[in-house]
Each structure stands twice: as structure tokens, then as C-alpha cells.
Design a protein around this ligand. Structure first.
Ligand SMILES: NC(=O)CC[C@H](N)C(=O)O
Length: 372
């Protein structure tokens, strides 16, 4: 069941792990890519309602992962998970959820739940799974009420890579998998700061022609510079961008002062904006899906994008040297910036897709070409 802070509850049929977890309930409208969504570290602290009814029907595989583990705490789905039907399947979705300690709830009216989130905003809930049905609803509601919520919560530090490493894989090809990066030393060197990165971002940087070294979120300015980067990439990640405190924004400021080219995605976009002097705000329901239209302001072209964010850059707070470059056609919120006096730009959406359309792959090429 799902238990809300006010004591209301939604019942369904449990799958995956037995137990309970507290977090923010959000919804994602993507029609493909549930394994990528579940493993996206930006979903730490969240429970995902999938609006698409057939979740789990292609099972899980070893390739479609954005991190080593699922990071979403659980998921809520309409249909019961069926036998996997796909040549790439390795393990059924419900078993994969169970092995990874993630809770699933099926048989829920996900349309009603989504409407509730849209009206009331993303609520804090407990998801609980007990095959015997022994639920202490009052205690679970109290837990949901006591959870402080994502605003002010720093989660990037928890999911970030702990060690630095060289990234090797390129993008996935049918029959070949991810393949190895044959890149030589002469390729531009991107130091990617991992605040909870999705793997497909690094794969796309490699595909665009970069050599990629991944550093932990807590890497200091000096540690970044030791790797002699041609450019620095700021990754996506979970939690409140304004709560990343001392380890992120001050380092980004120093990188800008040193005129290092910077490219940021999602949390990285929000933190570049903070470093430039803008503010971020918590959104009512957030944007999560794989078909969000975004307008590129330079020429009016519309990109269909993959999105996953619950915070946004407040466009009214952008300083004079920060130009908005992209805007959401759903609600007008800021979706991209460029610093006019530095080589730094970022987008709120996910050009690496996974899941989603490939309209925005050009951004990786643009960044790597600039470094060349
Ligand atoms: N995908 C992301 O990087 C999400 C950024 C941030 N945690 C948000 O919810 O807005």
C-alpha cells in the first residue's frame, strides 16, 4: 500500500521486495525505459508512478541501466507485471526489483494518482509491502508526515561515485552492446563531476569524441585541475540543488573564474545557475517523461526531450551575464542557460535520453567540438 501523511491510503498488489520506504511520490509519463528510470540516480528519495500501464513486460537486462543499482525506492504501476517478452530479457522485472530491495505496487488506478499529484503537488508517502497485509496505517502515516521532504535535502553526495575513474563505454549498438572506447590521448579531455550521473551521459560524451574521467561530487577545484581538463561536465543528480552546500557550487565558481569550459545537465544545470548567481525553486509536480517539448530560443526550433526534475532555475533571478537559451513549452519554465562572458552552458532536460528521443544529442557534439 501507499500511505499519505494525512492517513489516507491506496491499496494494490505488492511485488518486488517486502518492506517499506518513505519518499516523495512523483509520476513519469514515458512509454519506454522503466529500467533506465528506476536506475537513474536522480530518483533517489522518490517513488515513481508510471502512467504507462504496461511496466515490466520486457523484463530487465544488463544493458539498460543508468547506474549499478536502482535508485528509485519503488514504483507504482497499473497492470500486474507479466511474463517478460523480449529477446534481451535476462530477469523478470518483479524479481529484479526484489533482488535490489525495491518495492512495487501493482493494480493501482495510476491515472487517479497522477491527477492527485497534479492537483496537490508531489506528496511524501510510505510505500509498504507485506504479503500478510499487516499494516499499521497510523504509524506509516506518521512516518510520511515526519519525513522532511526533498526541499533542503542533499542527496547527490550519497549517490555520487566515491572514487575517480576513467570512463570507457560508447553508446549502445544492436549486436555490439556498448563497445569500448578506442579513444587516444589526443581526444579532448572532459572531467565529469558525478553528482549522481546517468551512464548514458558519459557514453554520449565518448561518442561525441571526448576522453572522459569521472570524479566524485566532492572533488575540489584543485583535484579537478590536477586532471588537466579541457572542459568540465556537471552531471544530473538527486535532491535539492541549493542544498549541495560547500562541495559543489563554490568549486563550479572557481572553474568559471579559471575560464574552464563547462557543460551541465539537470542538477548540473541548476548548480551552474546557482554558481552564476541565480536561484532555484521547488516545482509543484515536476517534469518527468520522455516527450516534453522545449523551445530553443536562438532559432525557435522545438526539441522533444526527456525530463526528470522537481526543482527549476527561477528565470527571474538570472543575472545580466546569463542568457536563457531554452524554455519549456508545457509551463514556460527555464530549460537552458548560457553565460555570455564564459564558455559555459547547461540544460534542464536530458539530452542523453535513456529513455527518450535523440533530438538533443547535438549538445554533446557542440561541447566536444568547442573543446577541440
Ligand atoms: N535529474 C536531475 O538531475 C534532477 C535534478 C534535481 N534533483 C531536481 O529534481 O530537479
Amino acid at each position: 500500500m501507499l500511505v499519505f501523511a494525512d492517513g489516507s491510503a491506496v491499496f494494490g498488489r505488492g511485488f518486488g521486495a517486502v518492506g517499506d520506504a518513505v519518499g516523495e511520490l512523483c509520476f513519469n509519463t514515458a512509454m519506454t525505459g522503466y529500467q533506465e528510470v528506476m536506475t537513474d540516480p536522480s530518483y533517489a528519495g522518490q517513488i515513481v508512478t508510471f502512467t504507462f500501464p504496461h511496466i515490466g513486460n520486457v523484463g530487465t537486462n544488463l544493458d539498460d541501466v543508468e547506474a549499478d543499482l536502482p535508485h528509485a525506492l519503488g514504483c507504482v504501476v497499473r497492470q500486474d507485471v507479466t511474463e517478460p517478452s523480449n529477446f534481451r530479457n535476462v530477469e523478470p522485472f518483479d524479481q529484479w526489483m526484489k533482488e535490489n530491495g525495491r518495492i512495487g505496487l501493482a493494480g493501482v488506478d495510476t491515472r487517479a494518482l497522477t491527477r492527485l499529484i497534479r492537483v496537490k503537488g508531489a506528496p511524501n508517502v510510505v510505500i509498504a509491502h507485506d504479503p500478510e497485509g499487516r499494516f499499521d496505517i497510523e504509524a506509516l502515516a506518521a512516518r510520511a508526515a515526519a519525513w522532511p521532504g526533498l526541499e533542503g535535502m542533499d542527496l547527490a553526495i550519497e549517490v555520487s561515485a566515491k572514487e575517480s575513474r576513467l570512463w570507457k563505454d560508447g553508446v549502445w549498438k544492436l549486436g555490439f552492446g556498448y563497445g569500448l572506447d578506442e579513444a587516444g590521448e589526443e581526444r579532448p579531455h572532459v572531467v565529469a563531476i558525478d553528482y549522481g550521473a546517468k551512464n548514458n551521459i558519459f557514453r554520449n560524451l565518448v561518442k561525441a569524441g571526448a576522453r572522459v574521467t569521472v570524479l566524485p561530487a566532492t572533488a575540489s577545484y584543485e583535484q579537478v585541475m590536477e586532471h588537466n581538463p579541457d572542459g568540465v561536465f556537471l552531471s544530473n543528480g538527486p535532491g535539492d540543488p541549493a542544498a549541495t552546500g560547500e562541495y559543489a557550487v563554490p568549486v563550479i565558481r572557481k572553474l568559471l573564474d579559471a575560464d574552464k569550459p563547462v557543460f551541465g545537465i539537470c542538477l548540473g544545470h541548476q548548480m551552474l545557475a546557482l554558481a552564476a548567481g541565480a536561484k532555484t525553486v521547488k516545482m509543484h509536480q515536476g517534469h518527468r517523461g520522455a516527450n516534453h517539448p522545449v523551445k530553443r530560443l536562438s532559432d525557435g526550433l522545438v526539441e522533444i526531450t526527456s525530463m526528470n526534475h522537481g526543482f527549476a532555475v527561477d528565470a527571474d533571478t538570472l543575472p545580466a551575464n546569463v542568457k536563457p537559451t531554452h524554455v519549456s513549452l508545457f509551463d514556460g519554465s527555464n530549460c537552458g542557460i548560457e553565460l555570455t562572458d564564459k564558455k559555459a552552458f547547461s540544460v534542464q532536460y536530458h539530452p542523453e535520453a535513456s529513455p527518450g528521443p535523440q533530438d538533443s544529442f547535438y549538445l554533446f557534439q557542440r561541447f566536444v567540438e568547442e573543446l577541440k
